[in-house]
Write a protein that binds this ligand. Structure first.
Ligand code: ADP
Ligand code: MG
Length: 361
């Protein structure tokens, strides 16, 4: 072993994954494997015309959630949803889940009951089964879930399928999960500042708080696409923010893209939160993340079918790769859009801090 010690942060999350891929490069690759590392889920042949998709995601206390904010039942629901969201991103439906839990000693049986009630509720909603897992003690609450899903080979959608001329679309509304986080952080500060005089002000923000604490994966849209005869040309789920996800689609597809900022769909409650804090609402959608909506591209021929579906917005266009990924608004014109910020951020100025996350994303 070498004596070198290179801090992980020097590579960043995606540099690190590229490096892992290099270490695995010599492994023989099965003929049945269609997609390995690099998409929302791995895809392999399951026999006949069917494919399986396989994905895993962990939620870790102090990194992805704060136990003082989130009721256990919501945490259970969310931990299933974030995984199902990656299955939906492949245009697939979930079948089976396994769950590994690391439990700190200060967790009660009643809390685990709540966690599993939430997971059961989610499994019911997504029509899937929880079939196994692993339990151990741990320093922080840790929930790692793997899900197998299925999709007919003619329906599977990857991040890499976007072509120049396609429209860029998103389901539902965006930025709400970050707005919810902002309210929760603010309320916690008020509680600290006001002590016994603190009175929770959460009623006006129920929608955005739910978006943060109890997100739903858009399996309903996967079914709606099927019903309407729409097959997106590429797709990804919105876990890190529109800016990051558009860059993933562009990189994997070898294209550029322009996001039209005024076309981003917001719920009125998200707008109210941004107004209250004098924030630019666009940043909530672009860099906030955790909305678990689907960002996808379509052939222009399908735009009428997408318009006819309730709950999808066209937010931009796919262009030549030489144009890069850009955002366009009347105020700023066209600007390069990087995964974590606009290029006009001054050197040294951090893009907005949007996760409770303490890791280097
Ligand atoms: P998502 O946000 O959709 O869960 P990620 O950005 O976490 O996707 O991961 C990008 C890709 O890298 C995925 O294909 C994922 O399976 C893969 N990946 C992430 N971490 C690891 C790891 N530790 N080892 C192998 N592959 C990984
Ligand atoms: Mg994903």
């Amino acid at each position: 072993m070498s004596e070198q010690f290179t801090p992980i942060a020097t590579l960043g999350e995606f540099g690190l994954i590229d490096r892992m891929v290099e270490r695995l490069a010599d492994l023989p690759r099965s003929e049945d494997l269609i997609e390995g590392i690099g998409d929302d889920a791995a895809v392999y042949r399951a026999g006949g015309d069917m494919l399986h998709v396989l994905t895993t995601d962990a939620l870790i206390e102090g990194v992805h959630f704060d136990r003082s904010f989130i009721p256990m039942q919501f945490l259970g629901f969310k931990s299933i949803s974030v995984n199902v969201s990656d299955v939906a991103a492949m245009n697939a439906t979930p079948l089976y889940a396994t769950v590994s839990i690391g439990m700190p000693r200060n967790l009660s049986v009643e809390m685990i009951d709540g966690l599993y009630d939430g997971m059961a509720e989610a499994c019911k909603m997504y029509n899937m089964e929880l079939v196994g897992g692993d339990s151990s003690t741990s320093h922080a609450l840790y929930i790692s879930i793997s899900i197998v899903g299925q999709v007919h080979e003619r329906d599977v959608v990857f991040r890499r399928g976007a072509s120049v001329g396609d429209y860029l679309c998103v389901t539902g509304d965006v930025g709400g999960a970050y707005a919810g986080l902002k309210v929760l952080l603010d309320q916690r500060q008020a509680q600290i500042d006001l002590g016994d005089d603190y009175e929770p002000e959460l009623d006006a923000h129920q929608y955005v708080i739910r978006r943060q604490l109890r997100p739903t994966a858009r399996i309903d849209m996967v079914e709606a696409f099927r019903g309407a005869g729409i097959k997106p040309t590429s797709m990804i789920d919105v876990s890190d923010g529109i800016a990051s996800e558009v860059n993933h689609i562009a990189r994997r597809s070898g294209v550029g893209a322009t996001v039209r900022i005024p076309a981003l769909p917001f719920d009125p409650e998200t707008r109210a939160v941004a107004d209250q804090y004098l924030d630019e609402i666009d940043a909530y959608a672009l860099f906030g993340g955790e909305d678990y909506e689907l960002l996808f591209t379509i052939n222009p021929e399908d735009v009428d079918k997408v318009d006819a579906l309730q709950g999808c917005s066209v937010i931009g266009n796919i262009e030549e790769s030489s144009k890069g990924v850009r955002a366009m608004s009347p105020e700023t014109g066209l600007m390069p859009l990087h995964p974590t910020g606009y290029q006009h951020f001054e050197p040294g100025e951090e893009p907005p801090e949007f996760n409770i996350s303490v890791d280097e994303d």
